[in-house]
Write a protein that binds this ligand. Structure first.
Ligand code: UGA
Length: 470
């Protein structure tokens, strides 16, 4: 599929030919070595692009240069080491690296402000540094924003900073694109290998042509839809995408609350049935503890703030956010009803990461559950295959930590499943029966067969499966 639209300026034909020729031997800088920057650098380098990763954090640069990834992602270190050995990838704290390359991808973070809007200071600082370097650069340079920014940011903030600090003209001396990413943590390398689409918001046709040509080369042999559009459209596509996913999750969680009021309703069957409608699709209809991570919660809040700023009705996303904030606490209610009181009860939590296959605990529903259990004076014990040490830094001595499932659930009064790791899915009723006093399981991710567990004498509850009364 091709969508070609945009405020296409008229680039100098010769300039385009020269730039494209040089770019056949692509050298790029990726600025900001967080989750997006690291995976992208490693991926591009393995595709034969010469990549220099830049970050102001010296330790991060040192570790990455030694082949150690600060983030956990399947196979990331294997690809990192290969790219380093092939001399396709290097890391530095020195922005001058921009001078050696023809494209700079901005992948710095855009964290939330307390009011939900995003803080774009890192984007501004990075843009200023690139602008200052462009002053010295003789040939054309393309700047590509990958960071998630609200509509208008590339046009109203990034472009003026680049022009002011370089003394050069956009469209003539440098180009600008907005190229949002749609990577899922835990699956980022696969998402990069075969993206569902590439969105290119372009300042002018020249910028879009260069980025499209770059991606066509990186993905040669694959049919990836490329959507070319305006800068602001590309910025909003990213927010619309994440807000829609969040809405699906809060919607199914809202329906699960109805199921929990009735005796014979099962949310999993409902999700399965409505998911078969091709207009709905089965994905992102898993009821549970709600969405966490660094993206969905942040992007929903940023879009609410943007709607409010523009005097537009934000009530839909406001409700999505509110349902999500209260969803993890449903397991506390269930737990309390099962045990009468939580005080001095041993509650084991299996799963701390916001989803499986990552060690990321940002906005993880587990953190809310732990906070509340501590408040209710329960004895909390945790286990996660990857994230225990990260949680230790937050709760320190207030709770206990385990390094195996069996250690965690041993003699527990109640087990809460908070992340659907494969390791937990494999557990059988027997595993719980032999370790727990009187097994009570609250399955926040719907990973077990309730009939099988109940038949074995386990008190089994999950979100959206009948009344809380046990
Ligand atoms: C999300 C989007 O899925 C990516 O497309 C996007 O690129 C990324 O944000 C980003 O903006 O960078 P991610 O945060 O890695 O990716 O996680 P998801 O796989 O979307 O899961 C988010 C949360 O929703 C998790 O806590 C997960 O457990 C929860 N979830 C997901 C549900 O509760 N139910 C579902 O049916 C699906």
């Amino acid at each position: 599929m091709w969508v070609n639209q945009g405020p296409i300026g008229r680039p100098l034909a010769t300039l385009l030919t020269v730039s494209v020729k040089k770019m056949n031997n692509y050298s790029v800088t990726v600025i900001g070595l967080g989750y997006v920057g690291i995976t992208m650098s490693v991926f591009l380098a393995n595709k034969g692009v010469n990549v220099i990763g830049i970050d102001i954090d010296y330790d991060k640069v040192k570790h990455l240069s030694a082949g150690i990834s600060p983030i956990y992602e399947k196979n990331i270190e294997k690809y990192l080491v290969k790219a380093l050995n092939d001399k396709k990838l290097s890391f530095t704290t020195d922005y001058n690296a921009v001078l050696k390359t023809n494209i700079s991808f901005i992948t710095v973070g855009t964290p939330s402000n307390p009011d939900g809007s995003i803080n774009i200071n890192y984007v501004k600082n990075t843009t200023k540094s690139i602008g200052e370097l462009l002053k010295e650069k003789k040939d054309y340079h393309l700047i590509v924003t990958r960071s998630t920014v609200i509509p208008g940011t590339n046009h109203n903030v990034i472009k003026p900073i680049l022009e002011k600090n370089s003394g050069k003209r956009i469209g003539k001396d440098f180009g600008l694109c907005m190229n949002p990413e749609f990577l899922k943590e835990g699956n980022a390398m696969k998402d990069l290998e075969k993206p569902s689409r590439i969105v290119i918001g372009e300042f002018d046709k020249n910028s879009g042509d260069l980025l499209e040509k770059f991606y066509r080369q990186v993905y040669r042999g694959l049919k990836i839809p490329i959507i070319r559009t305006y800068l602001s459209t590309a910025e909003l596509i990213k927010y619309a995408n994440n807000a829609f996913l969040a809405t699906k999750i809060s919607f199914i969680n809202m329906i699960s609350r109805i199921c929990d009021k009735l005796t014979d309703c099962d949310i999993n069957t409902i999700a399965y049935a409505i998911g078969l409608d091709p207009r709905i699709s089965p994905l992102f209809l898993r009821a549970g503890l709600g969405y966490g991570g660094s993206c969905l919660p942040k992007d929903v809040k940023a879009l609410i703030s943007f709607l409010n700023m523009n005097n537009l009705d934000s009530s839909l996303l406001y409700a999505v956010n509110r349902i999500n904030n209260t969803q993890p606490l449903n397991v506390i209610k269930i737990c309390e009803q099962a045990l009468q009181t939580l005080k001095n009860k041993k509650i084991s939590i299996l799963g701390l990461a916001f989803k499986p296959d990552t060690d990321d605990i940002r906005n993880s529903p587990s953190l809310k559950i732990i906070d509340e259990l501590i408040h209710r004076e329960a004895h909390v014990t945790l286990y996660d295959p990857k994230a225990v040490d990260k949680v230790k830094k937050i709760f320190a001595e207030k709770i206990s930590y385990s390094y195996s499932v069996h250690q965690c659930i041993n003699q527990a009064d109640c087990v809460i499943i908070a992340t659907e790791w494969d390791e937990f899915k494999k557990l059988t009723p027997q595993d719980f029966l032999k370790s727990m006093k009187k097994p009570i399981i609250i399955d926040g991710r719907g990973i077990y067969n309730h009939k099988e567990f109940r038949e074995k004498g386990i008190v089994y509850k999950r979100i959206g499966l009948g009344p809380y009364k046990i």
